[in-house]
Ligand binder design. Structure first.
Ligand code: UDP
Ligand code: MG
Length: 340
């Protein structure tokens, strides 16, 4: 029999609270003033609907994490939190990037279960009740994976899908085509709290937690409004984070490459020696000197660069700098939050 967390048992009524949990929706926002009105409207309607159908408990709310926006995002969140009891907000002291903003949300908001999603509603709200159903069956984490990427450009689709395949090849455990649209139970959140990593790649960290999990599929929609806040540079940086935080394979690749080049160089040296000793064609050759020099120089620089990347990670991690600072909060539900 599965052991239930004490929190999941309503002592007074002897009921299993998994059937009707308090749901917190966590949405990182960076300059999202164009999408917030529609997102808020749809999410409030969703929670009202789920509450009416007995899928979630009263007190279920929307938590926007403002990741140091420069536009009216925070002002709008504050206004919504006054007008609508279901809306709450956390403001970070500056832009820390999507992963840090999301972690801040996961670590600070109350609620029995937390569902993280993007503010632009590219994630299909229709699968949230399905996620809740899996939670009701005992899952601690429910991943939403994209079944199709028809709304993404060819470039985004191709690079994203290739990336998941590379990660799989490198032995990094990720859920294929899953980004950060997922449900986590309080138990899973508390387990995640123990991970003190500086370089966040949540979609790689969360599968490390274990527990019972499920995956639901959805079709990713186009952005509601505004532009993507993930330019190519941020995407590449996240992709590199994913590789270097979860596998030392690139370092091993360097070792393999080094061994291969050494064997090749030894063979060339033996050949040169044989020509010098036994032949009479030993002309001083320019190409045979400069080509290996350039080649080896390139490989050495590349290798040093990769080793340097890992070293830099150790340096950053050893400093143990906080991953975010909360500047302000708003909304009714935060009055009960234990952490702030
Ligand atoms: N985001 C954030 N901080 C950033 C960049 C993005 O909090 O520095 C948020 C953004 O507001 C959105 C989510 O992360 O809610 C995903 O970003 P976006 O939709 O722009 O990415 P895409 O879907 O284009 O990959
Ligand atoms: Mg998006």
């Amino acid at each position: 029999m599965e052991l239930l967390h004490p929190r999941h048992l309503d002592i007074q009524h002897g009921q299993n609270m998994r059937a009707r949990p308090i749901v917190s929706l966590v949405l990182p926002c960076y300059n999202e003033q164009e999408v917030l009105p529609e997102t808020t409207k749809r999410l409030v309607a969703l929670l009202d609907d789920m509450e009416a159908q007995g899928q979630c408990a009263p007190g279920s709310a929307i938590y926007y994490v403002d990741d140091g926006s420069h536009d009216a995002t925070w002002k709008m969140i504050q206004e919504y939190s006054v007008a609508e009891l279901r809306v709450c907000g956390v403001k970070l002291s500056r832009n820390r990037g999507h992963q840090n903003a999301l972690l801040c949300g996961l670590m600070t908001v109350p609620g029995e279960i937390l569902v993280s999603l993007d503010a632009d509603l590219q994630d299909d709200l229709g699968v949230i009740p399905k996620m809740l159903a899996s939670y009701g069956e005992g899952c601690e984490i429910v991943y939403a994976a994209r079944s199709k990427r028809s709304a993404d450009s060819f470039f985004k689709r191709f690079t994203a899908e290739s990336y998941y395949k590379v990660l799989e090849f490198l032995g990094v455990q990720v859920v294929y085509n899953h980004a950060d649209f997922r449900l986590m139970s309080r138990r899973a959140i508390e387990a995640l709290r123990e991970y003190e990593e500086t370089h966040l790649f949540l979609r790689g960290m969360i599968p490390q937690l274990g527990y019972r999990t499920a995956t639901v599929e959805f079709e990713r929609a186009p952005r509601l409004a505004g532009e993507s806040k993930y330019p190519l540079s941020k995407m590449l940086s996240l992709a590199w984070q994913g590789v270097t935080s979860f596998t030392a394979y690139p370092l091993r690749l360097i070792t393999g490459l080094g061994a291969l080049v050494s064997v090749g160089s030894l063979a060339l040296a033996l050949w040169a020696l044989a020509v010098r000793l036994f032949g009479d064609t030993a002309l001083p050759g320019w190409a045979s000197i400069v080509i290996p020099t350039y080649f080896l120089g390139g490989i050495q620089l590349l290798s040093l660069g990769i080793i340097g990347e890992y070293l830099a990670k150790v340096y950053e991690a050893i400093k143990k700098r906080p991953r975010f600072h909360v500047e302000a909060v708003c909304g009714r539900e935060f009055c009960h939050a234990p952490i702030l």
